[in-house]
Design a protein around this ligand. Sequence first.
Ligand SMILES: Nc1ncnc2c1ncn2[C@@H]1O[C@H](COP(=O)(O)OP(=O)(O)OP(=O)(O)O)[C@@H](O)[C@H]1O
Ligand SMILES: [Mg+2]
Length: 303
Amino acid sequence: MNTVLDTALRLPLFGKGKVRDTYVTGNHLLMIATDRISAFDVVLPTGIPDKGIVLNQLSVFWFGKTYHIMHNHLVESVESQRALAKYTIGKTPLPEWLRGRSMVVLKAERIPVECVVRGYISGSAWAEYKKSGTISGHKAPSGLKESQQLPEPLFTPTTKAQTGHDIPLKPRQLIDLVGEKTARKLEEKSLALYIFARDYAIERGIIIADTKFEFGYYDRELILIDEALTPDSSRFWDAGLYEMGQTQASYDKQPVRDWLVKSRWDKKAAAPALPPAVIEATAERYRDAYYFLTGRKLKNVYS
Ligand SMILES: Nc1ncnc2c1ncn2[C@@H]1O[C@H](COP(=O)(O)OP(=O)(O)OP(=O)(O)O)[C@@H](O)[C@H]1O
Ligand SMILES: [Mg+2]
């Protein structure tokens, strides 16, 4: 099975992230989800087969499901031969391997804020709470345990740093950055999207502990952009294994993390290549997440 780690299309490059490569196609963007995986903030040398397909298809799935809450940037998921022929490179159709792992989206004026929503206390929020009893500066109820569900989901936006770590934005700072009306809308829509997805996912055995959204303006309308509610933008936990008072296993990346910890990699030097069994176990987790959430088996015609 092919693993797509890098893309080199003869199109103007819009940007390369840890996982996705984005190109400009006409007035639109072509966002390609590769099979790259990061752990402990480092991109690993080994890819996870089909991961990009899962990521792309999950975003497409959620864009459809949440359209009643907010419009989004999706123009078309590149799946059919017809789509390959429609978005050409010069006169050549897009390459076959893009099918399933890429989408054409509206090019929006991005709002430089990561709209984080937390339904459960974990990660950096848990670290802050233990130290100061707050979550992103918000006063939080006392006596919370690690991974506990919060009484209400919290909107904890951050800057979108070009380099280094994102910095939490206080309500006032968010207003200064985007204006009062947009700030209110970002919060309201982020919470509504999270609550919808949380309730949907829990019925299917997955806890979405937290997630982050990005928004942008297109034609003066605020829309949802980037990826949505994927394992890369969210913490997914297995509801069947959930136990409050401890760190939860990551639904998707746990085999990778466990193996890396055992390998005694110092998280600084180049990361080691993953063994085949770890690659396969992880690929299976991503396919499972897709299957449980959508009820559909991942279409393998693309790989
Ligand atoms: N519809 C859109 N219009 C304009 N920009 C968009 C749109 N959708 C996403 N973006 C931007 O494109 C970029 C996608 O980058 P990507 O997520 O691949 O990498 P990154 O955010 O730079 O890094 P990371 O790998 O840490 O996520 C982001 O800056 C995102 O804000
Ligand atoms: Mg990103």
